[in-house]
Write a protein that binds this ligand. Sequence first.
Ligand code: LHQ
Length: 263
Amino acid sequence: MSNLVLVSHSNGVTRLTLNRPDKLNSFTRAMHAELRGALQAAQDDPACRVVVLTGAGRAFSAGQDLADTGAASGSQMDAGKMLEEAYNPLVKLITTLEKPIIAAVNGVAAGAAANIALACDLVYAARSASFLQAFARIGLIPDAGGTWVLPRLVGPARARGLAMLAEPLPAPQAEAWGLIWKCVDDDKLEAEVSAVAAKLATAATYGLALTKQAIAASSSNTLAQQLDLERDLQRLAGASPDAKEGITAFLEKRAPRYTGKKS
Ligand code: LHQ
């Protein structure tokens, strides 16, 4: 490990910081491997109840490190292979992580990094940050889930505009369009994300994992299928110790003490 992703743990919160600030935290193969490893470790660690993903320095991330593609060296770049081996597994890990993951977008999120941020459950962005679907500038198409998530979040007209014009979307506009959860003043980002992470670190984690699963499935389900899925997932949530605790605590007029456990 060479600290391309900094990992810290505190009170149920695992914080992952993309750490190549001199290259705007752009993704190399090595950084991908570290991030996947850190996410898998967070998944496997019962003490971890929530993950925060952010960037060191002035950027969240500039997406793929364009020097690590082989494109400029005369060799043929196999972009499909890079997606298959690095970006697609990463987006799947984030979207199926059985605990909430918050993107703290501290600066520009460009290319695949914009869509990695958008794959997270809650996206907080600093007011000066922006989201840039940079791909069209270099002859590529949005990846890392961009063509899936953008039309769903902002509609096809805005998705096409963002993808084809490749202009930065400022964080306040991203919030106004419903692309992200919240835009906050730059000097408040850290505190606001820490507060929401602390809240989620004591929440009913298993219920949140099932909620995430249900919302993800909704995009391809009919209402009837979704009602069936809600029945099945609610059965699991309802049988969990945290649901028992939540209902008992309500009736006893006290704050619940959740463990986050499945059973
Ligand atoms: C970088 C990068 C970068 C290397 C800044 N790479 N060095 C999937 C499959 C296969 C192939 C390709 O890609 C993908 C997925 C993708 O993500 S494609 C999209 C890749 N990303 C981009 O095209 C964005 C490129 N970067 C930019 O447009 C700008 O850097 C932005 C708008 C993000 C920020 O601009 P500035 O604030 O003006 O910063 P800068 O451009 O001066 O960058 C600072 C340094 O970081 C600079 O290095 P240097 O040694 O000259 O100081 C840049 O070369 C380096 N850098 N992005 N993606």
